[in-house]
Design a protein around this ligand. Structure first.
Ligand code: XMP
Length: 522
């Protein structure tokens, strides 16, 4: 939880799919914030481990008209801190303070236009918002407030939402029917900032303050013990290793595990690259046989992820013992890994995939986990990497998942399939680099489908595997779109792959966005 002396915006999560966007909007504005599921926020508030300056009440799928609906913890209401409810957050705030919410009759999804009520045009919440008297906003609700709680006035409305914004400026309580955090409310970030201004925030949180705090926290947690760090060479684990090294110096040993699921040349290139730039102890562990034999005949995506996660921990624990009983393991877990594996800190959103460094951890473990990046998005980690002086060759590397090629090989994983996949992937990345597209693309890779099809090569029938190419643009991996390669690039790449990689006779390009797809195939 936040340190008591750091200005923190608490986001009470009622299960909205876009809660994390609220956090992004505030961090972009220089405000530190943390998301807590509504069930836990109350306890932490009551026992003093959470002392935020103000709180946002998120949207959510519940209905404030239901008896057993998720509630704002009483400790938060009693604390007197400023509150800002969004959609469900507005409705439950009204319901708990004595207003009423009507259900179902006025569903509204999509764009709407709100206007300020004349007596409230100068409200400090409207500084730079509703400047022309009107503002486009995004609505997504089934219920709506039918009468505001005592002390509240309606300060903005739309034809369908007579209580688009309600305010009790004495208590600094606000409620909005729409979603200011989403892209489709173009000026919504301004509204969120105005609330923070009213709550007295000083907007001085930055990546360099994050860095200093992260280093201090690691020092506190690890003390004088030894620590190992799983290093894959990706930006997340590299930044983690640098932070830990800055915190505890030679107590750190990085472990690079070759699990047989790496890309072409990676087992040699990554440790070499790291050793060239840093004076940090790094051990290379050849665990190919261990991982590949345990994955034999396993075709279920979640089972693969769990096996790989557990084996990583086994390897780390064994090495930690040999290294004079290291007591800690540092991992580059990111915020989206946490959200998609267990939902936000145990909050109410659903599990998509067990990310290997979160969902795959065994119950009994001798190592205490250190995860300094757990609250950051990928683009924020890159910013932090630059702040730490990490060379561009690390900072700009495309993400590569911990379970490696195993999740790019739907179905069972064999050495023969991995060989084919490695070669196809290398040709694809080579094409992307030689066309100067690497830095424009967020992530690109080949996957090998467990599908054989008939082809014809040199007048002979072939019956070989299909390779799918995936390249996406994204900001943080939470949403993504396919990269619009030209036809010439695609046909040249397909030609090269078929000609240079034995075992393939068909290449397809994946044009699915996320959502509904995910970036990886498993
Ligand atoms: P998805 O496939 O969920 O991926 O859209 C989003 C981003 O996360 C990466 N990814 C992982 N990274 N361990 C990781 O370290 C994992 O288990 C894992 N699964 C997916 C994926 O490559 C993409 O960048």
């Amino acid at each position: 939880m936040p340190k008591p002396n750091r200005e923190t915006m608490l986001i009470v999560d009622f299960g909205s799919q876009v809660t994390q966007l609220i956090a992004r909007r505030y961090r972009e504005a220089g405000i530190y914030c943390e998301i807590r599921p509504y069930q836990r926020a109350g306890e932490e508030f009551a026992d003093g481990s959470c002392r935020p300056k103000a709180a946002i009440l998120s949207g959510g799928p519940g209905s404030a008209a239901d008896k057993g609906c998720p509630k704002i913890p009483q400790a938060i209401l009693d604390s007197g801190i400023p509150l800002f409810g969004i959609c469900y957050g507005q409705q439950i705030l009204m319901a708990q303070l004595g207003g009423t919410v009507e259900t179902g009759a006025h569903r509204e999804f999509g764009r709407a236009r709100i206007s300020a009520l004349p007596a409230h045009e100068d409200d400090p919440l409207f500084d730079g918002f509703l400047a022309s008297g009107r503002e486009d906003v995004w609505m997504s609700h089934g219920d709506r407030v039918s009468s505001a709680a005592l002390g509240f006035s309606v300060i903005a409305r739309s034809p369908n939402a007579p209580m688009a914004i309600v305010a009790d400026s004495r208590r600094r309580y606000y409620g909005v029917q729409f979603h200011p955090e989403v892209h489709h409310t173009p000026n919504g970030a301004r509204l969120l900032r105005n609330f923070a201004k009213i709550a007295g925030f000083s907007f001085d949180w930055s990546m360099s303050s994050f860095r200093d705090e992260a280093i201090a926290n690691i020092r506190n947690q690890v003390g004088s013990e030894r620590i190992v760090c799983g290093l894959s060479g990706g930006v997340d684990s590299s930044v983690t290793a640098l932070l830990v090294h800055e915190a505890v110096g030679s107590q750190l040993t990085c472990l690079f595990v070759d699990h047989g699921l790496l890309r072409q040349g990676e087992a040699e290139d990554v440790p070499g690259m790291f050793k060239r730039h840093y004076n940090i102890a790094i051990e290379v562990i050849d665990a190919r046989e261990l991982f590949l034999s345990r994955l034999e005949c396993v075709d279920d995506p979640e089972a693969k992820r769990k096996i790989i996660g557990e084996l990583f921990i086994d390897v780390f624990q064994e090495r930690a013992k040999l290294l004079g009983n290291a007591g800690f393991l540092a991992q580059g877990t990111l915020y989206p890994d946490v959200i998609e594996s267990i939902s936000v800190s145990g909050g109410p959103s659903s599990t998509i995939k067990s990310h290997h460094n979160v969902g795959g951890l065994p119950e009994a473990m001798n190592l205490e986990i250190v995860e300094p990046l757990r609250s950051l998005f990928k683009d924020e980690v890159r910013k932090l990497g630059r702040e730490l002086g990490l060379p561009d060759s690390f900072v700009n590397r495309h993400p590569f998942p911990g379970p490696g090629l195993a999740i790019r090989c739907p179905g069972t994983v064999t050495r023969a399939k991995l060989d084919i996949l490695r070669q196809a992937d290398a040709v694809f990345i080579d094409q992307i680099r030689s066309h100067g597209l690497y830095d424009e693309i967020w992530q690109a890779f080949a996957a090998l489908l467990p599908v054989k099809s008939v082809g014809v090569m040199g007048d002979a029938r072939t019956y070989e595997y299909t390779c799918v190419l995936r390249a996406v643009t994204s900001v943080d991996g939470m949403t993504a779109d396919y990269y619009p390669f030209g036809h010439r690039f695609l046909s040249e790449t397909a030609n090269r792959i078929i000609n240079e990689v034995p075992g393939l006779n068909r290449v397809v390009y994946d044009i699915t966005s996320k959502p509904p797809g995910t970036i990886e195939w498993e």
